[in-house]
Design a binder for this molecule. Structure first.
Ligand code: NAG
Length: 358
C-alpha cells in the first residue's frame, strides 16, 4: 500500500493523503473507515433498491468495491427501521462485510415525490405506499442511518448554494455544507450536492472547482450523483475524491454496457471488456433473461471501479495530465468533438486537451 504524506483522523475516519498531482488538483488518498480502508479517488456503486438484477454481495466484492451506497429512504420504507434494528443493521441484512455510505434520504423525497415540501422542521411528504402524511426530520434521518449502521452518514440539509433554479428544485434535500464554516471544521468529510439536477456542465465544473479551492485539504470531498466516465476524470482533476451514481447500474438494466462510450449490447459484437464472455451471449439474452442485466450490471460496476483505479495509479505516478489527454483522445477520435465544458474546466487546472504531448 502507498505511504501517506499527510493525514488527519477523527473518531469516524482517517484521511491519509498519498499523492498530489503536480499539475491539476487531483489527489490520491486512503480513507480508513469502520469496515476497512478504501482507496480514493473512488466510485461508489448504488442500486436504488436491492433487486434481482443487482449484484450479490459476493459479486460486488469481486468487482473490488469496498464502499457502496445504500439508500436511507428505501431501507427506511423496506424493511423499515424496526426490522433493521432487530437484524442489527444493513451489513447483516445483506451479508456485506465492507463499508456502506448512506444518503440522508432527502434526494428521494424531493426527486421521487411530487408532494414533498421542505420546512425548517424537515421534509413533509406522502407515503408512496398508502399516502399517509410523513415527516423526515434531520434527527430521524440520522436515527435511521444509525440503525442501518452506515460507515458514512449524510446529514439532511437544505441546499445553500445553487447555480440555477433547476438545481435547487431537483436536489433541495441534499447537503451542501461547504459554506457552513462551523460544520466544515467539525465534519470529517465534505459533500458537494445539488449539482446533478440538470445544470450545465460548465456550471457544475465551476462550482466543484470553487469548492475544492476553499475546502481543507485533509478531508475527503464527495460529489454526489456523478457520473459518466468523462465526468469522473474531469472532476478528479478539479480535486474531488468520491462519487456515486445510479446510472451505470440503471443503464445495465436497459441493456447498455459502459465502455469508454456506452454500447447498446443489442447492436454490439465482439467481446465484452473484462468479462471473459462474448457480447453475443449478452446480446442473445438481453431483454429476455435477467442474466444479461445481471452481467451488464457487473460489467458496468467493474468498468467504473477499474477506471478509478487507473486514475489513482496515474496520479500516484504523477502522469495524470497525460492520462486525461489519452482518455479524451480515445473517447473522441476527432478533437473537434471535445466537449467545451471539459476543455474549459481542464484548462483551468493546467491541462490543455489540444496539446499533442502524451
Ligand atoms: C446496497 O448497495 C449495493 C450497491 O449498489 C447493492 O448491490 C445492494 O443491493 C444495496 N443493498 C440494499 C439493501 O439496498
Amino acid at each position: 500500500m502507498a505511504a501517506t504524506i499527510a493525514s488527519q483522523s477523527s473518531a469516524a475516519l482517517t484521511f491519509g493523503l498519498v499523492a498530489r498531482c503536480s499539475t491539476t488538483r487531483a489527489r490520491a488518498s486512503c480513507l480508513t473507515l469502520p469496515h476497512g480502508p478504501v482507496q480514493l479517488p473512488m466510485f461508489m456503486p448504488v442500486a436504488t433498491q436491492a433487486s434481482l438484477k443487482g449484484l450479490t454481495p459476493e459479486q460486488l466484492e469481486e468487482t473490488g468495491c469496498r464502499l457502496c451506497l445504500n439508500n436511507t429512504y428505501h431501507l427506511g420504507l423496506k424493511p423499515g427501521q424496526e426490522v433493521l434494528a432487530a437484524i442489527g443493521g444493513a451489513h447483516k441484512l445483506q451479508g456485506w462485510q465492507h463499508n456502506i455510505l448512506t444518503d440522508s434520504g432527502g434526494f428521494q423525497m424531493v426527486s421521487l415525490l411530487k408532494l414533498a415540501s421542505i420546512t425548517e422542521e424537515g421534509v413533509r411528504f406522502l407515503s408512496p405506499h398508502d399516502a399517509t402524511p410523513m415527516l423526515l426530520t434531520p434527527e430521524h434521518s440520522i436515527s435511521l442511518q444509525n440503525t442501518i449502521g452506515s460507515d458514512i452518514m449524510m446529514q439532511l440539509d437544505d441546499v445553500l448554494v445553487t447555480t440555477s433554479p433547476d438545481a435547487a428544485r431537483m436536489r433541495g434535500g441534499h447537503a451542501a455544507k461547504l459554506l457552513q464554516g462551523d460544520d466544515r471544521q467539525r465534519s470529517p468529510g465534505i459533500a458537494i450536492g445539488g449539482l446533478s439536477g440538470g445544470e450545465a456542465k460548465a456550471d457544475y465544473c465551476r462550482v466543484v472547482a470553487t469548492c475544492t479551492e476553499l475546502l481543507p485539504e485533509l478531508k475527503p470531498r464527495y460529489v454526489m450523483g456523478i457520473g459518466y466516465p468523462e465526468d469522473l476524470v474531469v472532476s478528479v482533476a478539479l480535486g474531488a475524491d468520491m462519487f456515486d451514481c445510479v446510472w451505470p447500474t440503471r443503464t445495465a438494466r436497459f441493456g447498455n454496457a459502459v465502455t469508454r462510450k456506452i454500447v447498446a449490447v443489442y447492436a454490439a459484437e465482439g467481446e465484452t471488456e473484462g468479462l471473459g464472455i462474448t457480447r453475443a451471449f449478452v446480446h442473445h439474452n438481453t431483454a429476455k433473461e435477467t442474466v444479461s442485466a445481471h452481467l451488464l450490471t457487473l460489467h458496468n460496476v467493474w468498468y467504473q471501479l477499474n477506471l478509478m483505479g487507473e486514475v489513482r495509479d496515474a496520479i500516484i505516478a504523477d502522469r495524470y495530465p497525460a492520462f486525461i489527454r489519452q482518455f479524451f483522445a480515445n473517447l473522441y477520435p476527432n478533437k473537434a468533438d471535445y466537449p467545451e465544458w471539459a476543455v474549459g474546466a481542464l484548462r483551468g487546472v493546467g491541462v490543455d486537451l489540444f496539446e499533442d504531448r502524451t
